[in-house]
Ligand binder design. Sequence first.
Ligand SMILES: [Zn+2]
Length: 302
Amino acid sequence: MKRLILLVTFIFFGIFFTACDTKSEHPDVVTTMFVHYDIVRQLADDYLTVELLIPLGADVHSFEATSKDIVKIKNAKLFLFTSLELDTWIQDEKTIGGDQTVVVNMSQSYELDLEIVDEHDELHYWVDPIIFTQMIDYVLDHLLLIDPEHADHYQRNANLYKQQVLDLHNDFITSSLSQSTLYFAGHNAFGLFGLRYDLTFVSLFPEFKPDDDLTSQEIISFSNAIREAQTTFLFSEALIEPKAAKAIQNHLRTQNYQLSLLELHTYHNVSQSDWNQKITYADLFARNIDQLKQGLGVRDND
Ligand SMILES: [Zn+2]
């Protein structure tokens, strides 16, 4: 009988520990945003466990860490956060980690080679792929710090990932677009992206919240602006129900003006299905390029 109880106990704990396996109680690396999570995952493969704090699909701007999250940060070897402006729940970066935690503010990971017009643009620094390659290097430096044993592996993956992003970047700058102005029914996240590629993003409002309901007067004036510009494409933001964009599309349809909706991804977070498919920043960048080429028209040079 004693032996049976022992066996049952073993089986119970066996199942218990297997179930916990998918999300480590003590991840080596903790990140607040998808972009940084993505870099660690691409570089580390299975050598380090990494966890993204924000729930899938949730809004980065209003996220706050739970006390359980704070414990994970304190137990981690490395904690990467977006910035003190976005992660407003971090009051002091010196005390957020544990004794052994390397705490990294990723907004200090790059040097900008662009002439900034609006300093708010830097809030969404990661949308610029050139900055993203610098972020890869910065994460690499810190992985080498916490796990020098697998340096070659991390270095090799970092080079491959940077090249993948640079290939997409080069493809995009060499494609000649028919237009450079696009209408965007999303929040003001693409400033640096626009600056990098000489694209003008016309947002519906300067402080636009994409899930807001528009007044009928607003729908009319935005619809008129789109008609005047003779554009037949309106970009909306991935992960957010495009209520405003659809209202404008419907209004223009009553005037026999066909407007097609396209989607841009701001990389803040990913959907469950993208997560399941292990979609990367590079994949999302490729998706954006495809949508931009459709909306802005690629001139045929032949
Ligand atoms: Zn944002």
